[in-house]
Design a protein around this ligand. Structure first.
Ligand code: ARG
Length: 458
């Protein structure tokens, strides 16, 4: 029997039941649904909308149902459509007619909005924990590599020397922004839709603030139409997760490049690599590749939900049932990616020599050579021209700035002295960049200090 069967002269077609039903994917909201119902009925009891002892009976029935679901004794029924009506139907079977009072002053529209908000809030906390762990692993590795020189790139061409710590801390900043965005989304989600009813609230004297307090919401949705039709909190979360996946994907791309023979800047641990079924020598960075690949599905979840919402008239429309699979998929994906990515990072070996060698060969100190001339009195544009000529000379003679004789320097400009070699030493290039945010050990240690402070207070 359908809970809304009264108005219907015959049963729905099996195809309709199957098509309309969301229980196959919203079953995971059982806990939020039950906790929301308990807060609702207890408030109904307090407000004398139902009897207090009826509220307690319903609450106890719901708690025993919750336990049975968690222990795997309960099977949901596709004919009961969704998690909300499954639980109500099961409760009626369990405790009898009193359960029929549970839905007083409530609609499935505000109920499902409540469940989704509770779910999203809980998952944001779980994702924040995982992200926090990733950020602390990044700072641990960075701490060990404030003197590990590597080339920094632009256009994937060697540009200027930096340290591995400096490079890693760029990712720290990206993840820190992601973390803060999640906090903002949590705050936006923390608004209670229950009490909105189907769209126009109710004539019962509900105490919405009491329900908000019981469920840990910061406030009550100020407009009932918005309360039931708003899915911005899902979209915001999917947008946060898309950006986070983009960051993970860029990091993955670098890990894939670095673990190639051509770079060999890092070596992934065997526990986080895979082999080839045909080529015995292969050790592939599958995890990084999959994280990079899964970025696309989270974007898809975001674009899908935005598209679902874009033309919906107010207030609730059944289209909105489509929020669930997308939101769940994005959450599941990020919760799979974050821990394994962190473990892969934590266990990789850093090949300092290869990094240093790569920084040495490609004129990454050419800017510093030009700055040397500026310090000797040349205008920067003239200095740039002189060093450009020197680089061309080195390229045609297959050498580099470090190995050029002082005569060769002087042949291009007489101002060069013996101290040019010190000025273009990679450690000088890195450690003279003391500007806040720069690669010098000093500057990176300052950044790390701030990073640790952030992690401690978050
Ligand atoms: N399963 C529905 C959803 O996920 C619950 C709300 C249904 N409301 C309604 N009026 N049909 O959106």
């Amino acid at each position: 029997m359908k809970l809304w069967g009264g108005r219907f002269a015959k049963d729905t077609d099996a195809l309709t039941d199957h098509f309309n039903s969301s229980i196959s994917f919203d079953a995971r909201l059982y806990k939020q649904d039950i906790l929301g119902s308990i807060a609702h009925v207890m408030m109904l009891g307090k407000q004398n909308i139902i009897k207090e002892e009826e509220a307690v009976t319903i609450k106890e029935g719901l708690l025993s149902l919750l336990q049975d679901i968690e222990e795997g004794y309960v099977e949901f029924n596709v004919k009961a459509e969704d998690i909300h009506m499954n639980i109500e139907t099961l409760l009626i079977h369990r405790i009898g007619d009193v359960a029929k009072k549970m839905h007083t002053g409530r609609s499935r529209n505000d109920q499902v909005a409540l469940d989704m908000r509770l779910y999203v809030m809980e998952e944001i906390l779980a994702i924040k924990d995982m992200l926090h762990h990733l950020m602390s692993v990044i700072t641990d590795i960075a701490n060990e590599h404030t003197e590990t020189i590597m080339p920094g790139y632009t256009h994937l061409q060697r540009a200027q020397p930096i340290t591995f710590a400096h490079h890693l801390m760029a990712y720290f900043e990206m993840f820190k922004r992601d973390y803060k965005k999640l906090e903002f989304t949590y705050e936006m989600t923390s608004s209670l839709p229950l009490g909105s009813g189907a769209l126009a609230t109710t004539t019962y004297p509900l105490d919405r603030q009491a329900v908000a307090d019981a469920l840990g919401f910061k406030e009550v949705c100020a407009n009932s139409i918005d309360g039931v039709s708003d899915r911005d909190f899902c979209i915001d979360l999917l947008s946060n997760l898309s950006t986070m996946m983009m960051h993970l994907s860029r990091f993955s791309e670098e890990i894939i490049l670095w673990s190639s023979h051509e770079f060999h800047f890092i070596e992934l641990d065997d526990a986080y690599s895979t082999g080839s079924s045909i080529m015995p020598q292969k050790k592939n960075p599958d995890i990084a590749e999959l994280v990079r690949g899964k970025c696309g599905r989270v974007y898809g979840d975001l674009i899908g939900l935005l598209s679902t919402m874009k033309s919906l008239p107010l207030a609730y429309n059944k289209d909105m049932q489509e929020d669930k699979e997308r939101t769940f998929d994005a959450i599941d994906t990020i919760k799979m990616c974050l821990p394994i990515f962190t473990a892969m990072l934590q266990t990789m070996t850093v090949c300092k020599e290869a990094m240093y060698k790569a920084a040495s060969g490609g004129f990454t100190n050419a800017t510093d050579a030009a700055d040397y001339l500026v310090k000797k009195g040349l205008a920067f544009r003239d200095a740039h021209e002189v060093i450009g000529k020197l680089v061309l000379h080195c390229v045609t003679h297959s050498t580099d700035l470090e190995n050029l004789s002082l005569e060769a320097y002087k042949a291009i400009h007489p101002i060069f002295e013996e101290d040019i070699y010190e000025a273009i030493r990679l450690t000088t290039c890195v450690n003279e960049r003391r500007v806040k945010g720069g690669p010098s050990k000093e500057a990176v240690l300052d950044h790390l200090k701030a990073a640790h402070a952030f992690l401690e207070q978050s």
